[in-house]
Design a protein around this ligand. Structure first.
Ligand SMILES: *Cc1c(COP(=O)(O)O)cnc(C)c1O
Length: 414
């Protein structure tokens, strides 16, 4: 397992190996190893051309571009994401940021159940989720209830009482990489009379998701991680088709109107998820996103998941062999069914080591407070040898006895 030849053999047998060429390799010297695809996925080679086509259309066709292509392009992106997460085409819309989509979805769910204003989530949820959910619950006269332990179906069921209207969780824990039991938790939530809202930012594109099959009420997620949409690419919002008609968006914009171009003085919601559109969609960002969505669709969720499990398995095995003796422990669950696409290591000076890895070793991962080094292993652009080499360099960095240099601030990496 620790031989480089083992990783080479895995690459030779990898049915997804040709997809590596569909992405630009990371820049930088000494063969940079990019292990941060769970923060920002790499750039598909087709992305620049796809954006350029729309820039040219804007240049030459101006306003005519909307009817000639852009409205259709927005629908194409939405339908592509819908297919990926097991949703019918009219149950999901792409647009706005993850944070804004979360606000719209959570507010709509809470507003529809005025007697149940509390929202249940967990301590490990992403900061934006904790902030937004707290605000939505408080504004409705309720409060955010926060589980201290990782959410299981039993823990969630035990916490839902007559005041909890919404259970809002992330499918994969952004720190530890733990994958929650989405279907079971959704089911206990439904039985207890609350709505479910899942954040798929760290799962869609790397972990198979079937929202329809699981009976999920609402879901949101970002597209710049495992969907390769580029920095700040638009997020998406899913609503169960037979629930949509009962929900009211808190941002009734003209693009979510039943007939936007009628320019009526009062708001009438569009059917289905379309009512959650707010304003004019970001066409150039959506153009940049479509190639990544197509690549993911072409590779297929099952093959992506199989490679993801194999990559995380290799990373965990190498961490056990090389890093555990140096004081770094794997915090990601070892059972494949309980982990997502990244591996988290815990050791005291993770932040300083992460900075040194970037500066001196050409390994880009990231650190999360207080003591976690995250290795995002996006299956479509990484080879098994990249994981081998990355882990070998992490071991070298941990072995270095020189004091850590000043911590380089890597900025607010989501
Ligand atoms: C990445 C991520 C976000 C990011 O929100 P933005 O509005 O896109 O900045 C939110 N929630 C989770 C769980 C994430 O992983």
């Amino acid at each position: 397992m620790t031989d480089r030849a083992h990783a080479v053999g895995l690459d030779q047998a990898d049915v997804l190996a040709p997809f590596v060429e569909r992405f630009h390799p990371p820049g930088g010297q000494r063969g940079t190893v990019y292990l941060d695809g769970n923060s920002l996925g790499p750039q598909p080679r087709e992305a620049a051309g796809a954006v350029d086509v729309e820039l040219q259309r804007w240049r030459s066709r101006l306003i005519r571009g909307w009817n000639e292509r852009w409205l259709e392009l927005v629908d194409e992106a939405s339908q592509c994401v819908a297919a990926l997460v097991g949703a019918p085409p009219d149950a999901l819309v792409v647009g706005d940021s993850t944070t804004v989509c979360l606000y719209k979805a959570a507010s709509a769910a809470i507003r529809a159940a005025p007697l149940r204003p509390d929202i249940l989530t967990d301590r490990g949820n992403f900061p934006t989720d904790l902030y937004v959910l707290g605000e939505v619950a408080t504004a409705a006269g309720g409060r955010l209830r926060v589980l201290d332990a990782p959410p299981t179906a039993d823990r969630v069921a035990a916490e839902i009482d007559g005041r909890v209207g919404l259970v809002a969780l992330s499918h994969v824990d952004f720190r530890t990489g733990e994958l929650l039991a989405l279907a079971e938790i959704t089911e206990v939530t439904r039985r207890a009379g609350a709505r479910s809202l899942w954040d798929l930012s760290h799962s869609a594109g790397v972990v198979p998701v079937d929202l329809g099959d699981a009976g999920v009420d609402l879901a949101i997620g970002c597209t710049y991680k495992y969907l390769y949409g580029g920095p700040g690419s638009p997020a998406y919002l899913y609503v169960r088709p037979d629930l949509a008609g009962e929900l009211q968006t808190p941002i009734p914009g003209w693009f979510g109107h039943a007939d936007p171009f009628a320019m009526e003085p009062s708001y009438r919601p569009a059917p289905g998820a379309d009512r959650f559109r707010a304003g004019t969609p970001p066409v150039l960002s959506i153009a940049a996103l479509v190639p990544g969505l197509r690549i993911v669709a072409e590779a297929g969720a099952a093959a992506i998941r199989a490679k993801s499990v194999a990559l995380t398995h290799l990373a965990i095995a190498l961490a056990d062999a090389w890093l555990a003796p140096l004081g770094a422990t794997v915090v990601t669950p070892r059972v494949p069914a309980r982990r997502g696409g990244h591996v988290a290591l815990r050791f005291p000076d993770a932040r300083a080591v992460s900075a040194r890895l970037v500066a001196d070793h050409g390994v880009i991962g990231d650190a999360r407070q207080p003591d976690i080094l995250r290795l995002g292993l996006s299956p479509l652009h990484l080879r098994f040898v990249d994981v081998h080499d990355g882990l070998a360099r992490i071991a070298a960095a941990l072995r270095e006895e020189r004091p850590a240099p000043d911590v380089v601030d890597l900025g607010p990496v989501p």
